[in-house]
Design a binder for this molecule. Structure first.
Ligand SMILES: Cc1ncc(COP(=O)(O)O)c(C=O)c1O
Length: 433
């Protein structure tokens, strides 16, 4: 049977547990381009999403993966391997000061789970009995039970009841300035202060193990907090003895123009969760914790078969970090990202339906609204924009609680000429709307 776009779509509809049946059907990738089953090429401005920092088929990644597959892919469960130790050492070197002890797993949701479990274990060892967790509205942490409970987007929780709303998980307001009735700076960071208010109005701080947030919120709509937000949150956490977890799963490894997004604020968490980019296309996640918090787990308190033993992914992860450093990809993300943001800001001035353009480095969102005054989300127009870009050979993704943010997260290797291509395609799409 000949495999065509139509046959793949039909088989997906018949045999897969329903997933969005989205075209294109991609068959290969090289650099910042992917190719579909019909031979059409696309510039990938979604990158996975956020999974391919080096683009596709980077020769050094191909070489490491090829070599490793012929030597050792999985380490016997009770044995150590070199790669796990070397990757942990490397993470300790590049992470914000003081983050040192790592654990590895397969995905972002697993990394978040490990981070929260570690925080709870540490809090219990330090005498807390109730072990709640506070997260943010509009935050996204994954789609398994705990990570979905932490997620502040009901669009992802439909019909799941307690599976997606664990007891002991709470949400406070997000630093989402565009949709906040107060204005910055006269708001005096009402959003950050809501953590302290929470301790007085809902659960006392001695019943909370940790506060978790993304230093730059991705799936919730590319929400960038004001510069004083994270320092204020850290100060409150420290004052009340609550651990701080940063979810850098999307923002980490150079995407925002620094190795980790928290570096823009200078705030160091107690635990950092990572995934996506570190695997360079292979499944890999992990956490890095301070010496003190990391040691709250005793040997065998936490484990997963394919995490610390998946030598293929660990070897690739080490190489991904080396290349991000060697090729100065965080700096490239900062430079090209600034250009992309400034070109998109021009569109914001020209078109009433572009409500807000925001982001940092190569982590950018364009919020689409019916008009700038009402700020009513326009998910239909957002879909048409994405579709128009795709017809012009540019892949992006749609995100946000109201499905009205076009998200641009290309590989960190893109050049200014790729941005020009995207802006031309956007202008062409807008003209044809
Ligand atoms: C910030 C953040 N945390 C967690 C996750 C979940 O990662 P995974 O899909 O690998 O489970 C995602 C995925 O998009 C994410 O963006």
């Amino acid at each position: 049977m000949e495999i065509t776009e139509k046959s793949v779509l039909e088989a997906a509809a018949e045999y897969l547990i329903p997933v969005p049946l989205r075209l294109p059907v991609v068959v290969k990738g090289e650099g910042v381009m992917v190719e579909d089953i019909n031979g059409k090429k696309y510039l990938d401005f979604a990158a996975g999403p956020g999974v391919m920092p080096l683009g596709y088929s980077h020769p050094e990644i191909v070489e490491v993966a090829r070599n490793q597959v012929g030597v050792l892919t999985q380490c016997p469960g009770n044995a150590l391997n070199v790669q796990v130790v070397e990757l942990a050492r490397k993470l300790a070197q590049i992470s914000p000061a003081g983050l040192k002890r790592s654990f590895f797993c397969n995905s972002g949701a697993e990394a978040v789970d490990a981070a929260v479990k570690l925080a709870k274990r540490h809090s219990a060892k330090n005498g807390k009995t109730a072990l709640g967790v506070v997260a943010l509205e509009h935050g996204f942490h994954g789609r398994l039970a705990l990570s979905l409970s932490l997620t502040g987007m009901t669009s992802r929780k439909k019909g799941l009841s307690a599976y997606a709303s664990f007891p002991g998980v709470h949400h406070i307001m997000a630093p989402y300035c565009y949709r906040c009735p107060l204005s910055y700076p006269s708001c005096d960071l009402y959003c950050a202060q809501s953590l302290e208010r929470f301790f007085y109005t809902q659960i006392p701080a001695d019943g909370i193990a940790a506060f978790i947030c993304e230093p730059l919120m991705g799936v919730g709509g590319v929400i960038v907090p004001q510069k004083e937000y994270l320092p204020k949150i850290k100060e409150i956490c420290q004052r009340y003895g609550v651990l701080l977890i940063f979810d850098e799963i999307f923002a980490g490894f150079g995407r925002t123009g620094k190795m980790f997004a928290s570096e823009h604020s200078g705030v160091i968490p107690d635990i950092m969760a990572v995934a996506k980019a570190i695997g360079g296309g292979l499944p890999l996640g992990g956490i890095v914790a301070t010496e003190e918090v990391g040691k709250a787990f005793e040997a065998d308190d936490h484990y997963t078969t394919f995490g610390p033993n998946n030598v293929m992914a660990l070897a690739t992860g080490l190489k991904v970090i080396e290349i991000i450093e060697k090729e100065n990809l965080a700096q490239n993300a900062a430079k090209v990202g600034e250009y992309l943001l400034s070109e998109l800001k021009r569109l914001e001035e020209e078109h009433m339906f572009v409500g807000d353009v925001r982001g940092r480095g190569l982590f950018i969102g364009v919020e689409i609204v019916k008009d700038r005054k009402s700020k009513t989300p326009d998910p239909e127009l957002t879909k048409r924009l994405k579709q128009g870009l795709q017809e012009r050979g540019i892949l992006t993704s749609i995100t946000g609680n109201y499905a009205n943010v076009v998200r641009l997260t290309p590989p960190l290797t893109i050049k200014q000429s790729h941005v020009d291509q995207v802006i031309d395609a956007l202008r062409g799409t807008i003209k044809g709307l």
